[in-house]
Design a binder for this molecule. Sequence first.
Ligand SMILES: [Zn+2]
Length: 485
Amino acid sequence: MCGCGPCMKLVKAHGNVESARWVYFANRVGEQLKKEYPNVKLVIFAYIASQKPPVNIKANDNVAVQIVTLGIRRGRPYTDPKNKMANKFMQEIVSRWQKVCKNILIWDYVWGGHRLMTFPDQLLNLHNIRIFAKLGVQGFFPQENHAVGRMVYNQGCPFRSWLLARAMWDPEECGDGEALETTFCNEYFGPAAGPFVKQYYKYLRKVHWESGFVGMTSGGTLTRAPFEAPEVTAECIKIMLNALEAAKKEQNRTHIRRVEFEMLPVKFMAASDYGRVKKFLPEKKSARELIAEIRSFIRGKSKDVKTWTQYKRVHRTLNMVEGTGDITAEASREYGLGRASCAYDGNLATSWTPGLGIGWTMIDRGERQFISRITTVFHKMRYVRRATYSVEGSFDKKAWRVMIPKKVVTIPETLQQSGKVNDVYCFDDVTLAKDMEVRYIRTRIHKMERRLGSGEYGMQDAQHTEQYFNLKELPAVLLNSIVKE
Ligand SMILES: [Zn+2]
């Protein structure tokens, strides 16, 4: 953004917000536009820096503002009292923009998270569209409302496209969406499998609403949601296996494929949370077998090279969880694919993050073991320059003993200056003074920092890429991250 005198004066005069100059600029362009194109509107964005509305300025009639539902929670409708963050957004962003501009458009993230995620309730989107329609907004853009055949396997994916098209036409016609959901299931998955798919949607929705969970964002769930609990995942698999069996009995190839497609998110959920889900699973399949099934389904769908490159992205996601299946780990909270198990899977391409702030991760080694050396990799220099952490161990998760006292790890200055942000890792390698016998090992990240342009350190969300125990020698990839004397 320009920092010259006149620009800063303009910004300051209108509430000291960036959007002031956007509205000012759009008005000037709009004046010229109107002469030649009287029916055309000019759209500006209320997004990140420009999200807050300006004061003491009004947008011209041929200027529209598109407000993005950036970062707000979507586990509950935006005006539900439980969804405090969204309530604030509706009051402080949407309502206030309506006073500045009469043409409001909404850019909404209608999905709930990362690829292959289960989404607990498609009808949430219907609630939100209705809220915006009542407010008189003039347009609604649903991001990630993919049709079948695109690369999104979220639960309810084809149903979402169909439902939202209707809701955008007339939200009141949709009622509460339940009847439309039943119609869709019966006609899309067929009369045999349809009722089971409906049962699956309904079950997830019930679990979700009874839990009151709100923390869904565009990157996944913040903390493990009740609808992602292992027994819920297993129950969903049971219901969907019934759907598959029904479709097979019907011998309708299209219906079978559609049910298999609909099962991908819940299969992925089971594979990526395998340590906790396995004891509830109806069929004894390993995490790797579940992932192989997902891969084979995708392979069967990709007919040409162009589609295949799109499928690569899904394979990359599958690669990420493939090694985490048998690890039992937990964390203060988990964000999207940043699962606790990613910190113990031996794979530097995966990492744990709580999404926001700091926290802890813990591994259950299954039995008591002697630990002599702990090697902790926080992240690449690109993301982390300095980490403050501690490690403790336990037999029972109740009484804890210090293994590594609170400690600050900084990437040596010479390596920081090297600029090799993707080759150098912020990590620590500690040989304990004496071997300790433990079963559970918990790592607390007290502080995580990056480096600002000024050379000072600034706060960063916690990152934990890997932790190795009793290594004989350092993995070769970490050799770039130490200064040889
Ligand atoms: Zn300027």
